[in-house]
Design a protein around this ligand. Structure first.
Ligand code: MN
Length: 439
């Protein structure tokens, strides 16, 4: 069965006798009449695989004939001359497997047919004024109609409550896309590592990595690439990428392609001139050991905090060894002193969104237990900011190492394992393309 149809069925069963309304993304203007690149809404894509704006999916359980209905833009020859083909109302049922399709302009008028008889409407108010207004209009029409006969939804729920737990567990088809995204991201990192030389600019490394993504068929980067050298390695979300690479400093690259709406998310840190200094190596070894300890914890039944705690322990021990923290291990962990240098979590869900849908805590408000099919990043880091009161020789060193880890029945699979991170691998590959710096 078509996976999108299957997900719609699963969602329909989950909402019992009720109705769900899931809008697509819309085009957003960047300036004047130029739009930002269109990226489909992840929930809508998950349920339809349909990549056009201005559409709404309705899952109905009370309607006699239609269980899933799509409202979408109709064919328009004039617009298609400029913007390319549209699927159109006529072809939608066959192409997408929905029971019925109508022009998006009929949404408010036709929605009451599907609302009547339902108790709860699953719709996320507050995302789009236009769609909110159409839904309110449709509710009003449904009330008018129901004065004579029928029931009107009187409870409202966020479809995320039902959909996002589904999205948390990836199917084989989703994992195959995520593996391909990881393979493309690998090519980007290898190219960026080979191209790195003192005197280049951060944006040249950004261009090298993103060129590979596009060349290999990825539609987007999954988020803005972070390409920070020198002191910028200690800025967690540095995305300006404008500075020159100086010999003797590190380069931190946090980047991933998005393929068919699925993200990859990888961080590697390497020396600009291909040789770690003693201090850089000391910090790097701690972060790598912390990441390996955390990954080793990832298996079904383990709670999310457990792999974070494993990373925190290794990082804190390492910082004590280097004299960047003082006192006992327990006290530094208890009092969270390690947060001076490692101030973020160790990972997030990954999937259609780079910070993917799905709760981090369970019904008892405990950290979520891992289950097979979940994908999480594991990404500890140490950042010795210039403004800290600590040994001068470590200042300006920031290291993060991040991989995408699939929870399997046996334990885990590192989807981004093939991207080099051992010191000897990095020292061999960095700068090996020997591109001359731009004059
Ligand atoms: Mn990440």
């Amino acid at each position: 069965m078509d996976p999108y149809k299957q997900r719609r069925e699963q969602l329909r069963r989950a909402i019992g006798g009720d109705v769900a309304v899931i809008p697509s993304a819309r085009t957003t203007l960047r300036n004047n009449d130029s739009a930002y690149p269109f990226r489909q809404d992840s929930d809508f894509y998950y349920l339809t695989g349909f990549n056009e704006p201005d559409a709404v999916l309705v899952l109905a359980t009370q309607h006699g004939e239609h269980s899933d209905v799509l409202f979408l833009r109709d064919r328009d020859r004039d617009r298609e001359i400029w913007d390319g083909d549209r699927l159109g109302v006529e072809r939608a049922p066959r192409e997408l497997g929905v029971d019925a399709a109508f022009p998006i302009g009929k949404f408010a008028e036709r929605l009451p047919d599907y609302l009547i008889g339902a108790t709860t409407l699953y719709y996320e108010f507050g995302r789009s004024d236009d769609t909110d207004r159409s839904v309110r209009d449709a509710l009003e029409r449904t009330r008018e109609r129901a004065r004579h006969k029928g029931r009107v939804p009187h409870a409202f729920a966020d479809p995320a409550n039902v959909l996002h737990p589904m999205r948390l567990i990836k199917s084989d088809a989703e994992l195959s896309t995520m593996r391909r995204a990881a393979a493309i991201t690998r090519e980007g990192f290898l190219t960026a590592m080979r191209a790195t030389l003192p005197g280049l600019y951060e944006y040249e490394i950004e261009a090298a990595i993103e060129n590979e993504y596009l060349r290999l068929g990825a539609q987007f980067t999954a988020y803005e690439s972070i390409v920070g050298s020198g002191d910028r390695t200690t800025t967690l979300h540095y995305v300006a990428n404008r500075e020159r690479l100086e010999a003797g400093t590190l380069l931190l690259v946090d980047s991933g392609c998005e393929l068919d709406c699925y993200a990859s998310d990888v961080t590697r840190t390497w020396p600009v001139d291909g040789r770690f200094t003693g201090e850089q190596r000391a910090i790097y070894d701690i972060v790598l050991a912390a990441q390996e300890a955390a990954i080793a914890c990832v298996r079904p039944g383990v709670r999310r905090n457990e792999f974070h705690d494993a990373a925190v322990k290794v990082v804190t021990e390492g910082l004590l060894d280097l004299g960047l923290l003082t006192g006992s291990l327990d006290e530094n962990i208890e009092e969270k002193h390690y947060r001076t240098y490692f101030m973020h979590g160790t990972g997030h869900w990954l999937g259609l969104d780079v910070h993917d849908a799905g709760d981090y805590r369970d019904e008892d408000d405990e950290p979520m237990r891992l289950r097979p099919g979940m994908v999480t990043t594991v990404e500890p880091g140490i950042y010795v900011r210039r403004d800290l009161d600590c040994a001068e020789r470590f200042k300006g060193i920031g290291v993060r190492i991040e991989d995408d880890i699939l929870v399997t029945a046996e334990g885990n699979e590192n989807l981004t394992q093939a991207i080099p991170k051992r010191v000897d691998e990095l020292e061999a590959i960095v700068g090996s393309a020997r591109q001359p710096a731009l004059a």
